[in-house]
Design a binder for this molecule. Sequence first.
Ligand code: PGA
Length: 308
Amino acid sequence: MPASLRQLRVFLAVARHESYTRAAEELHLTQPAVFAQVKQLEDRLGHPLFERIGKKMFLTEAGKVTAQGARESLDAVERMHMRLADMRGLRQGKLNLAIVSTAQYFLPRLLGSFCDANPGIEVALMVTNRQTVLERLSRNEDDLCILGTPPEGLDVIATAIADNPLVILARHDHPLVGSRNIPPERVAREPFVLREPGSGTRLAAERFFRARGLTLPMRMELGSNEAIKQAVIGGLGLAALSRDTLALEGQTGQLKVLDVDGFPLLRQWQVAYPRGKHLSVVAQAFLDHLVAHAQQAVESGARAPAPA
Ligand code: PGA
């Protein structure tokens, strides 16, 4: 008997989480039920799919082959459902998105307008940093991925959808506020609050300064844009963040954009998927929606304070 779709779904959840317990939580099943499904699948396929080294679970070689086949099979079934829905004149099905955390300032609004126009669509949104989005993209885990700059080193189709300028922020009473054309060398003498390694924001900032032979003195590392803004307001240093993170700050906020030479650093939001991937009807419709409306959404959200 061939493997059932249910077994493949359960197996993929275990592979993704590297844990029976976490897969069980995701699937709302008990841990023994998940274990039993994987065991049955192993018996049917005649191969062990996982091995345990120390406390960690790894896919065996047979497990890797099965994971690839399972993803392709489940994708094909999902596409089939979507095509059938399309034939009935409905746009429905699931839309799986992975976005970098900084995209959360504009993307949910675009999702809102898309879902209003297409009520039959269920959206799963994974919000994480650039490194994790790139890993998910390389494993073809989502319909579409959204990043702050083009993905590098991957064979993907990427489309620019909106501007994503990077700015240097300071607290409103910082001595550099009000100065014009501040040289990057001057800014690089100030302590910085930086995002975590793996963040696209951090990568872009470090690249800019490294290209000028400068290293940003790190006062603190934080994994969230909002926490970084609060740290800057708290007087812990300067920050380099996407202008979109100021969407809720208003003109008179506590944060000011410094007029640093080379900034705003111009970048563009990208929507990407693996080359050769067959986009579902829903994913294609959302991609079209992004191309048509993302720039406007970014502009209406970014009431960024002008350089002081
Ligand atoms: P990040 O990416 O949220 O991983 O920092 C954002 C960006 O590249 O602009």
